[in-house]
Design a protein around this ligand. Sequence first.
Ligand code: PHE
Length: 445
Amino acid sequence: MATAKREKFGSRIAVIFAMAGSAIGLGNLWRFPYLAGEQGGAAFVFIYIAATLFISLPVFISEVIIGRRSRSNASDAMIRLAPDKKFWRYIKYLPVIIPTIIASYYSVIGGWSLDFMFRSCALQFTTADPAAVSSVFGELISSPWRPLVMHLIFLVVSTLIVAGGVKSGIEKFSKWSLPLLFVLIVVIAVYSICLPGASAGVDYLLKPDFSSVTPSTFAYAMGQSFYSLSLGMGTIITYGSYVSKKDNILGDGAASAGFDLFFALLAGLAVMPAVFAAGIEPGSGPGLIFQSIPYVFAKMGETMPVLSAAVAILFFLTVVVAAMTSLISLIEVGVAFLMEKFGLSRSKSCLVVFVICAVLGSLCAVEGSVLDFLDWSASNILLILMAFLVVLFVGFVMKKEDVKAEFTNNGELSGPTRIFPVYYFLLRWIAPIAILLIFVSNFIL
Ligand code: PHE
């Protein structure tokens, strides 16, 4: 329909930044370390890396293919590519519903980060007693109003950025935030690893003990890998629809997955050593980063108060920014859908998505069990289901020539032309079987 009018990313590098900006977020900084802590450390980390390379990367590429080929919002994309297959009509709202659910509670965690940024500005961590600082998080979530207000502020700002449009909003934002985040997380990881008692944390993250692995470890690792790469929820399909026909999809996918993996490992190296140095239980759940990282700043504050204050403020600022680049991509899915489906203006669509997320998110902000339930059901059930459907669609519904034409830009790219058989094999045989087995064993075993 409106193919000619669709907005496009300005350049190749903008695509990678926007996709990596969507991928790198709380999934890496908040979710990865706490799941690694809950699921037994290094064994989980290794399974997660394998899942990313052999399952998530092919799924990522497939989503870009669906988006670019259909040039459509996530809900209509598959229907447009296979108009005579009824099945895809029944699930057409899934790729819009999942990200909107995630956006709701994501902005609550974004709100926690915002709260910690304000606390850093008030020098609360720099001047704290290291032994007591991990309790600040408990104070925050037991407050009746703070999490709610922070969630709403966070959501308003993110929605306004989306209202600015694909180019002016998302591109500008993700260009400066990622490099800054990268530098800071390296600084914190180095300091964290040097803390007394920290080496046990490094071992915990890198020396696997496979005896503790259960079927659900695989499900968590795979779900986390999808979550972290923004898969299974229409985001990459939507971004894919803005990708130019000249772009190398394999290159974009490999770069995004590589950055994302790297960031998760760095975040783990920032958090886990501090967890052990501070004597926090690694399996203490979603608060892990908010309990452990302030310890780093409190310790640093004892000898280097200025550095500690600066790093603390900048760190939580970049966590906020990383969360925001992800949240805007989650909101963008619903917005693109409403604009194309109902012909609403960008601002009206933003308003609708905002209201939904504000209401759902507020429930999560005041009731932790709602948040936990939404997070678990979205990533361990819905994402896995959606990724499975994507794999089946590109592997079995789309014609091989069409998939190959997208993957290789009609044979113009020599690298992808050589790699295509590997991708196609992983896509058709390894990914679906692995996803199905992991999904089912999660319930049966
Ligand atoms: N991948 C993001 C993260 O790691 C979360 C996200 C999921 C963002 C889906 C957009 C879409 O934080």
